[in-house]
Design a protein around this ligand. Structure first.
Ligand code: FE2
Length: 426
């Protein structure tokens, strides 16, 4: 007897008419027709079942704080950091926990079941760290939360290495950094070395905010790739943002990208934030600021799209919808070929899962029975429609449902209803 049987699903790799059998929280079989008894059946009716959305770059300690204590008037990164500095002394653990849990509710509703969140370690009280460690434990049955020790004010600039180490001692999973915010390029490079060595000693992964600037001479990604290579951290280091790469000289990048590939350093672009925050010192033409996603992918580098922020000092919008993130990434990077659009879908599912080192991720026998039924038939349609999450399943149990997106029409001689999915004959 199965716990759950999904009938007639399409999968992101293009297979259709698949049944998925679940027992004990795991997928036990994927095949065209499975005729076993099941406690619960979910009829996919030909729609796409995808592994859950994954966000490899977020700030859960700041989320849903929009307007506290005021709104970012200029919309710049630096005013956002200053505003977060004003908010920090006012934070309470209860309020942090409550906002983070509320965001996790939104995430589950949108089929987003794994999030890597940076957590500011510069406050010596480690209020946010303790709050998010509590949240991580609390949401573990339904959402995988990975924490990054993030010295927002610069680990050297703010003398923050001791509080960062204490955060890691408390159980924070990943070592973060922000080299472009240190006082000088030299100190930025020194911070990369210091933090990578800390990760190497502890056997941890690294994920740094790296070169989130329009300055083409901000080249800390080069040091990050070098330190990864030197310390043997291959496949465990990620560079987040990398926006300076947008403005770098092409000749320099032709050397840099192979260095990243050699060190197996992955990249996370954050299209919603990058498109609103970068290029703010430009008149026209105005740079878009997102890193070179197609070029990185062509070099075999793992690239994910992150949400970064939702309703916080840096970004006023957002609703935990990774399809909205993929949609923006696709447009900004002009990834409009069919193959590239599939890569944009992978950038919010399988690519961030790999970057985070999630195990048992996917729709295959042996994987966790975690998946999302979308009101779409393939990845491109899912992005086009920011498709409704009809059912969200965690460990074989439906934990969220959304009604299909349809509109009722009252037009002479026309259909009574539209769902924005054109007929596919044959
Ligand atoms: Fe960030």
């Amino acid at each position: 007897m199965l716990d759950l049987l999904v009938k007639n699903a399409s999968l992101p790799d293009g297979r259709s008419g698949q049944d998925i059998a679940v027992r004990g929280g795991r997928i036990v079989e994927v095949a065209p027709t499975i005729a076993a008894q099941a406690a619960q059946t979910l009829d996919a009716a030909g729609l796409m079942l995808t592994p859950p959305f994954v966000d490899a770059h977020f700030h859960m300690d700041a989320t849903l704080s929009y307007g506290l204590p005021r709104v970012n008037a200029s919309g710049t990164l630096l005013e956002g950091i200053a505003l977060w500095g004003e908010l920090k002394p006012l934070l309470t653990q209860d309020a942090l926990v409550e906002r983070a849990l509320a965001y996790c509710d939104w995430a589950v509703a949108k089929g987003l079941l794994a999030i890597r969140t940076h957590v500011d370690t510069c406050d010596p009280r480690l209020l946010a760290v303790e709050a998010l460690l509590h949240v991580k434990k609390k949401v573990a049955p339904y959402l995988d939360l990975q924490l990054v020790a993030f010295p927002q004010d610069g680990v050297l600039r703010s003398h923050g290495i001791e509080s960062l180490r204490r955060a890691l001692d408390l159980g924070v999973d990943v070592v973060g950094g922000i080299p472009h915010f240190e006082r000088t390029m030299t100190e930025g490079a020194a911070s990369v070395k210091l933090l990578c060595e800390e990760a190497e000693r502890r056997g941890l992964r690294v994920d740094m905010h790296c070169d989130e600037t329009d300055d083409p001479l901000s080249r800390h990604i080069e040091t990050l790739a070098y330190e990864t290579q030197r310390l043997g951290l291959h496949g465990r280091v990620n560079g987040s943002h990398l926006t300076s790469m947008h403005s770098m000289d092409n000749y320099y990048v032709s050397k840099l990208i192979p260095l990243m590939a050699e060190a197996q350093v992955s990249a996370v672009a954050n299209p919603l934030i990058n498109i609103t925050i970068q290029g703010r010192h430009d008149t026209y033409p105005k740079r878009r600021g997102m890193t070179r996603v197609p070029e990185l992918l062509a070099a075999g580098i793992d690239v994910a799209f992150g949400h970064d922020c939702v309703m916080d000092p840096w970004y006023s919008l957002g609703a935990a919808d990774m399809l909205e993130v993929a949609h923006m990434g696709l447009h900004v990077a002009q990834m409009t070929s069919v193959a590239a659009m599939h890569q944009c879908f992978a950038a919010v599912t399988s690519a961030p899962a790999k970057i985070m080192g999630l195990d048992g991720y996917g729709i295959a026998p042996g994987c966790h029975a975690d998946f999302v039924l979308l009101q779409a038939r393939d990845p491109v349609e899912a992005i086009r429609l920011r498709a409704a999450r009809l059912a969200v399943v965690r460990r074989g149990k439906v934990i969220a449902r959304t009604a299909p997106n349809t509109a009722a029409l009252d037009l002479p001689g026309r259909p009574a209803q539209v769902d924005f999915m054109p007929r596919r004959d044959g």
